[in-house]
Write a protein that binds this ligand. Structure first.
Ligand SMILES: [Fe+2]
Ligand SMILES: [Fe+2]
Length: 187
């Protein structure tokens, strides 16, 4: 699966721009994490781009989320089990299909919610731009549990145990990756 194919699958099935932007953000962060951890940047990127690609079609049937994408990828001829499993693994708590195991899967699991948290921090900056967000400004909000209360900090903090990356470094990698595509994210 190359990026152009993945992008087509995403855009064919997801129209809401903010959902697409979430997928672009996770793609960028996954690529950066592959660089940090010696993973396959193209593969990790495709997994990030597609991880929520069926979200619009499964928003009322959470148990189908990732299973539908798995089916689309199989139909598109995807045979790479690492990609197929990684997509499934991020909704394991709902589907029970595939628990995160590989580093690529843990990277996805840990960075997914972080991208939303960083967007939330950007939106309360005076200029509402990613460019003015710093690791310090993110960490300040981290301990304010009422801020972006839906974001599960614990899930992100598992980057330390599962990936061996200290939280502040993990946040910095994600922020840098998202700043690199700020235009695509509308921020
Ligand atoms: Fe998801
Ligand atoms: Fe996601």
């Amino acid at each position: 699966m190359i990026r152009e194919e993945a992008l087509k699958i995403l855009h064919d099935n997801m129209q809401f721009v903010n959902l697409r932007r979430h997928c672009y953000a996770v793609e960028a962060v996954m690529r950066a994490l592959a660089g940090r951890l010696g993973g396959d940047m193209a593969k990790w990127g495709v997994v990030g781009l597609l991880h929520d690609g069926d979200y619009e079609k499964t928003k009322d049937t959470a148990g189908e989320h990732t299973l539908l994408m798995h089916e689309w990828l199989k139909n598109a001829g995807e045979t790479d089990e690492e990609i197929l499993n990684a997509i499934l693994s991020h909704n394991y708590s709902v589907t029970g299909k595939r628990a995160p195991g590989s580093r690529m899967e843990w990277a996805l699991y840990c960075c997914d919610e972080l991208t939303g948290f960083i967007v939330a921090v950007a939106l309360v900056r005076p200029d509402r731009k990613l460019a003015s967000v710093t690791v310090e400004s993110i960490m300040k909000k981290w301990d304010q549990l009422a801020f972006a209360a839906a974001v599960d900090r614990k899930q992100i903090e598992m980057c330390e145990e599962k990936l061996g990356i200290p939280l502040q470094e993990f946040v910095g990698i994600a922020l840098g990756a998202m700043q690199g595509i700020a235009n695509d994210l509308g921020l």
